[in-house]
Design a protein around this ligand. Structure first.
Ligand SMILES: Cc1cc2nc3c(=O)[nH]c(=O)nc-3n(C[C@H](O)[C@H](O)[C@H](O)COP(=O)(O)OP(=O)(O)OC[C@H]3O[C@@H](n4cnc5c(N)ncnc54)[C@H](O)[C@@H]3O)c2cc1C
Length: 417
């Protein structure tokens, strides 16, 4: 008779490998089914300081440190014409516990996390494409196409869906909902010869705000920078041009980007992703927990994806372990996992929603640290998901000022071009 696993995980990205390591730490038998052969390219290269808390819990930090990724100490937000900018320095936020993060080539980073899970005893099958899942009273059955092309079936007590934007189980159950007014497209590539900040600001991510779109510039190595453009799909369609042409024209018209890319040479370009912001109506059901992007994904502007994916992978695995201990298919802790995951996402969503408005930009780009409001923003955008009262009321004050700014200008006007 074939083995019944405690947990089967679909997907070996950051959420899946975090869940697998967590379950192995609890002594559970785990099977990870991953469609790609690792290392594989993936977007999502700028991490947040609070990722470090999860790295420590997984015991993977020494390996990450030894891998020599670029350190990220700050995030710079620029206006497209270069007229104004602001920098969040993570080591200077009085509520921010972790002073730095890392910028990563995801091929190397994801591979490192997955091998760590494997070293702890998770069984990882790559080039294994999950095609079907079925939840029964006492087990889950998962069908997949193995590397050799054969159709196979495995069984487990629980299923964790960490299939990323593939959103495997929720798509099959029609649970996906897109955020209205938030249909975006991202066009991106890797370049050498990009002039990025040096000295104390080396390693900073640059976010460049244009009127209805924005660029990221992420230094991955000394001479390798990831550059991406995010814009509304409607605007993209109206342009009736190839993605790379749209990207190149946008670079030309954004001085803050163009000045840095004058000597840039293409390493890879023309990657495109669309429709990546969505939520799922349900994150847990009997014997099933969704983690990472498979629980929903918001706009990448504040680089929250990997941190949220790993946090939910960790917490999702913990509630699955507890359910196994209790011998139950659905527990209150699983429901609480869903509420908490949504709350963590909403911390970023309040910034993302407002980021595209002018009144938010006027205060965000001309910050005042009165009452240490900027420190509270620093802490939230560094990825702290559980707020203290002290940071909570400061953030509320900031968003109240944003609300007032819309009606009665408090800050100097700025032009967004
Ligand atoms: C344009 C853009 C820019 C971004 N920039 C950032 C950033 O700067 N910083 C950041 O933190 N985040 C960023 N993100 C988000 C980040 O990429 C994701 O949040 C993160 O990768 C989520 O991890 P995950 O493990 O949930 O999913 P993934 O990393 O996507 O892993 C899912 C895995 O599941 C596998 N899989 C899928 N379907 C199946 C199947 N049927 N069978 C078997 N395996 C399957 C896939 O092959 C994949 O390896 C960005 C996202 C976008 C769209």
């Amino acid at each position: 008779m074939s083995k019944t696993w405690d947990v089967i995980i679909i997907g070996g990205g950051p959420a899946g490998s975090t869940a697998a390591t967590t379950l192995r730490q609890a002594g559970r038998s785990v099977l990870v089914l991953e469609k790609a052969k690792f290392p594989r390219f993936h977007i999502g290269e700028s991490l947040l300081p609070y990722n470090r808390a999860v790295f420590d819990e997984l015991g993977v930090w020494p390996k990450i440190e030894a891998a020599g990724f670029m350190m990220k100490r700050g995030a710079q937000f620029w206006m497209g014409d270069g007229s104004i900018h602001t920098r969040l320095n993570f080591s200077r936020g009085s509520f921010t516990e972790f002073p730095e993060a890392i910028q990563v080539e995801r091929a190397k980073f994801d591979d490192l996390l997955l091998r760590h899970a494997e070293e702890l005893g998770a069984e990882v099958r790559e080039e294994a494409i999950v095609t079907e899942h079925r939840v029964e009273k006492d087990r889950v059955t998962v069908k997949f196409r193995a590397k050799d092309g054969s159709e196979q079936e495995v069984q487990g007590a629980f299923l964790m869906d960490a299939s990323g934007l593939g959103n495997f189980t929720a798509n099959r159950e029609n649970l996906r909902e897109y955020y209205p007014g938030h249909k975006k497209i991202a066009i991106f590539g890797h370049y050498s010869g990009v002039q990025m900040p040096e000295g104390g600001e080396k390693g900073d991510i640059l976010i460049i705000r244009r009127e209805n779109s924005w660029f990221w510039m992420i230094p991955l190595e000394d001479d390798k920078t990831s550059v991406g453009l995010v814009l509304d799909q409607a605007d993209f369609k109206a342009l009736k041009q190839e993605p790379q042409q749209v990207f190149d024209d946008a670079v030309l018209s954004a001085k803050a980007v163009h000045d840095r890319m004058i000597n840039a040479k293409v390493i890879t370009q023309g990657h495109v992703l669309t429709d990546f912001s969505y939520t799922n109506r349900k994150l847990v059901s009997e014997r099933l927990v969704r983690v990472g992007d498979a629980s929903g994904f918001i706009d990448p502007i504040f680089s929250s994806g990997v941190m949220l994916a790993m946090t939910s992978g960790r917490r999702g695995a913990q509630v699955v372990h507890q359910a196994l201990v209790a011998g139950k298919a659905l527990t209150f802790a699983m429901k609480r996992y869903e509420w908490t995951t949504r709350r963590h996402v909403s911390r970023f969503w309040q910034f993302i929603e407002k980021f595209y408005t002018k009144h938010f930009a006027q205060l965000f780009f001309q910050p005042s640290n009165k009452f240490r409001m900027v420190c509270a923003i620093n802490c939230a955008l560094a990825g702290r998901t559980e707020m203290t009262f002290g940071t909570w009321w400061r953030l509320r004050l900031f968003f109240t000022l944003v609300w007032i700014q819309k009606r009665f200008p408090l800050a100097k006007p700025i032009r967004i071009r």
